[in-house]
Design a protein around this ligand. Sequence first.
Ligand code: SF4
Length: 91
Amino acid sequence: MSDIKLKDSKNPSGPVVVHGYKVYVDRNLCIGAGSCVAVAPNTFALDDENKAVILETIEQETIETIILAAQSCPVKAIIIEDEKGQRVWPN
Ligand code: SF4
């Protein structure tokens, strides 16, 4: 995954904070289905283990698109919380 630019290289799958929301991928749940990558290609990519990671370019994606990507995940592996720590997705 040398050509993948991560938002946080120490935490490839997050959590990261973007637009005031915390976003992360539960790597134990992720099955590499790739629908998050299709919906939000500036936010998600698959690594060598076929797990979703969070890209440096996440800021270019709107929170609405990131939430849509999370909702497209068949195993609900993408978790989003607001600034108060309330879960936005899955709910
Ligand atoms: S849609 Fe879900 S299972 Fe598929 S790659 Fe993204 S996080 Fe993983």
